[in-house]
Design a binder for this molecule. Structure first.
Ligand code: GLV
Ligand code: GLV
Length: 325
């Protein structure tokens, strides 16, 4: 009999087509993209499966792996992030893990640039003023923001995505790229001519600070009071990685007191961020609902890669993109 697989979401058609046409698996899926599978249902559905395809809304932890049982050999997440997975627990059980880096790099970099410009040039405020009667006359300092030309752009966590963002920002006449990380990344840094600096220097020098690191126990809330207090009051903070990297209370404080000029966030804690959250009251904070990889092409590519990783894993072959546990 064919390996049994559960898919926790109605993923984009490319991936489902690959699974269907492979003839290698029998799968069942949570047939909705609008609401996540309820935890109780998930715990029941995973019983005895050989493979699991998930998205970032599902916590893959001890409870879930216990519910799945010893048949589970392959987990394939349709995401580049892996903070929803208990890696230690997966490793202990010998479960292989596929994920979807690279295919989303262009889309995430593109969105990050869009969010950066939206925040720095105050586009949301500006359209709001235009349509609600605030546009009294052309004014000399009204809705002024901060420009990229001549600026220093800082990247926290230099990986594929950070490089792709810098490549797109360079034509805006950025003066200097700097980055902070746990260790220098000379090969990646040379692509964008970026200088390795300490975390402190990153805070002090950046006119635009873009968070591009993974969320791990080491990076949890590293963007806090300490960082914001060292930033210039003209600086813009951008986060398209994970909300957990930021202490949101400290960010609120920094934005509301003018310690920094603005923030653009594609990720928050929790998600969705409640509409009553104080960050939504701030004009200098632009919040997007976690859409950095959301282009049709990229989401289909992620779906296809997740499907192919799963099939390769179930055959005992190397996956296209496999997390080293
Ligand atoms: C999106 O946030 C992802 O991890 O792919
Ligand atoms: C702006 O529109 C200008 O003419 O300076």
């Amino acid at each position: 009999t064919l390996p049994r697989v559960y898919i926790t979401r109605q993923i984009p058609p490319e991936g489902l087509k690959i699974l269907r046409e492979s003839g290698q698996v029998q799968y069942e899926l949570w047939d909705s993209d609008d609401v996540p599978v309820p935890r109780k249902e998930l715990l029941q559905k995973v019983k005895g499966v050989d493979g699991l395809v998930c998205v970032l809304t599902e916590k893959i932890d001890t409870e879930l792996l216990d519910a799945a049982g010893p048949n589970l050999k392959v987990l394939s997440t349709m995401s580049v992030g892996f903070d929803h997975l208990s890696l230690e627990e997966l490793k202990k059980r010998g479960i292989r893990v596929g994920y979807t880096p690279d295919v989303l790099t262009d889309s995430v970099a593109e969105l990050t640039v869009a969010l950066l410009l939206t925040t720095s040039r105050r586009l949301i405020e500006a359209t709001h003023e235009a349509k609600t009667g605030g546009w009294g006359t052309w004014r000399t300092l009204w809705l002024c923001g901060h420009e990229l030309a001549g600026s220093t752009v800082g990247i926290l966590g230099l990986g594929r995505i950070g490089v792709a963002i810098a490549e797109r920002l360079a034509p805006f006449k950025v003066k200097k790229f700097i980055y902070a990380d746990v260790a220098p990344r000379p090969e990646l840094a040379s692509v964008i001519n970026a200088e390795y600096v300490s975390f402190d220097e990153l805070a002090k020098q950046s006119d635009f600070l873009s968070v591009c690191c993974a969320l791990t126990p080491e990076t949890k809330e590293i963007c806090n009071k300490d960082l914001f207090s060292k930033m210039k009051n003209t600086s813009i903070f951008i986060n398209t990685s994970r909300g957990g990297v930021v202490n949101q209370e400290d960010l609120y404080e920094a934005l509301s007191t003018g310690q920094i000029a603005g923030a653009g966030l594609d990720v928050t804690v929790p998600e969705p961020l409640p509409t009553s959250h104080p960050l939504f009251t701030l004009k200098n904070c632009v919040i997007l609902p976690h859409i950095a990889s959301a282009s049709y092409a990229t989401r289909n590519n992620m779906s296809a890669l997740a499907a192919n990783n799963l099939l390769l894993g179930l055959r005992g072959e190397p996956m296209i993109k496999e997390l080293k546990l």
